[in-house]
Write a protein of this length. Structure first.
Ligand code: SF4
Length: 369
């Protein structure tokens, strides 16, 4: 079977390629197929290029939980705020976290109120901040999937090797595979195929999805991030469905293989272990879906060092916010009564409106009604 079309075209954004792929999908598609694109980056591309409008009526995209900002529960944001309020602490995190609402505040409001909250593009920038502020304690609020966890592990590695004493970690890294199991275990979620995230898979390898494809009998294709990548991935899924195959395939083979990056995996395993469970915003607790520092590194673990000042429990979400349903593919952003009124990118009520990878944010920017 001819599988690849991408090489036929010079550009992965070529209108000719997009039109040809959409036509083939329409020719070959069965009556119905609900495909969850797990990654928020994929959601953004789908909405930006209007790819959903090119598909036959029976094929729909469900937006998944692959945006690390969107799935961060309020309780963890409250931790970041409590840490930022500690005397002598500089709280450092990635930029997208700044506007995520906690129970009563956000990091950007804390900074406006005089707290020292800084953003970085790479965790290794924390070393520079710590070097310039030896009298301060630097707490790195680490977020992200397997894509960014190795970078945090690399920072832990440098802290140990350079015997840094003033850098601490609040670890909120999460794992994609347990989240997909949780989605498929929910009887109300009707996912029939997955477009798996490209960046995570560069690190983990596509092999992590084999158990999901086998257990739930769903086609899974790891996709790149250009419109031609995504449409080719849809076509690969359509063909799997037509042929009765339920396999893991890699469309994004210019970056992903089945084994992943062993050095990055080793770095993560050296410093992190899975938590018993981690609470995902709107989804709830998922066993072994989050990482924490190993016990031997407890002296750097802000959750232990600052245990006495960190709020306990998980606060309630805004009662009208449908983020949980959106992240599990049960609702579209437009179903939320707050969309575009009580919730906008400038004044987000829920986390899915904050990040450019959030489904609500993508709908607001590219499909506002
Ligand atoms: Fe939550 Fe806002 Fe999306 Fe509604 S529009 S689901 S409040 S993020």
């Amino acid at each position: 079977m001819e599988r690849r079309l991408t090489g036929d075209f010079q550009s992965l954004r070529s209108g000719e390629a997009i039109t040809a792929l959409a036509a083939r999908i329409c020719e070959e598609a069965g009556p119905s197929l609900r495909i969850m694109e797990v990654c928020g980056g994929h959601t953004h591309v789908i909405m930006h290029y209007g790819l959903h409008q090119l598909l036959p009526d029976g094929i729909s995209f469900l937006h998944g939980p692959g945006c690390p900002v969107c799935i961060m529960p309020k309780g963890r944001i409250d931790h970041a705020i409590a840490l930022a309020r500690q005397e002598g602490v500089i709280l450092v995190t990635l930029g997208d976290m700044m506007r995520v609402p906690g129970s009563e505040s956000s990091l950007i409001l804390e900074r406006a109120g005089g707290r020292d909250v800084r953003t970085v593009y790479s965790p290794l920038e924390v070393l520079k901040i710590a070097g310039a502020n030896p009298e301060k304690r630097i707490v790195y609020f680490a977020i992200g999937f397997e894509t960014t966890a190795p970078l945090t592990a690399a920072l832990v590695d440098r802290v140990l090797k350079e015997e840094r004493e003033n850098i601490f970690f609040h670890v909120n890294h999460v794992l994609i595979s347990p989240a997909l199991h949780a989605i498929m275990a929910d009887d109300h979620v009707k996912v029939q195929a997955f477009i798996a995230p490209g960046h995570v898979s560069v690190i983990t390898g596509a092999g992590i999805y084999r158990s999901i494809a086998a257990q739930y009998e769903v086609p899974i294709v790891v996709s790149g991030f250009e419109p031609v990548d995504l449409l080719e991935s849809v076509l690969m899924i359509v063909r799997q469905a037509a042929e009765g195959r339920r396999e893991v395939e890699i469309q994004y083979d210019r970056a992903v293989d089945f084994e992943g990056n062993p050095k990055a995996q080793e770095l993560m395993e050296r410093y992190f272990v899975p938590r018993k469970s981690f609470s995902w915003r709107g989804i709830g607790s998922i066993p072994e879906s989050g990482l924490r520092l190993k016990e031997e590194y407890a002296r750097f673990d802000a959750e232990i060092v600052y245990e006495d000042v960190l709020p306990v429990g998980e606060p309630c979400e805004h009662p009208a916010c449908l983020c949980g349903e959106v992240l599990r593919g049960k609702a579209e952003p437009l179903h939320c009564t707050l969309f575009g009124k009580g919730c906008t990118p400038d004044h987000p009520a829920g986390a899915c409106m904050v990040s450019s990878e959030g489904a609500c944010n993508a709908y607001y920017r590219f499909r506002q009604v």
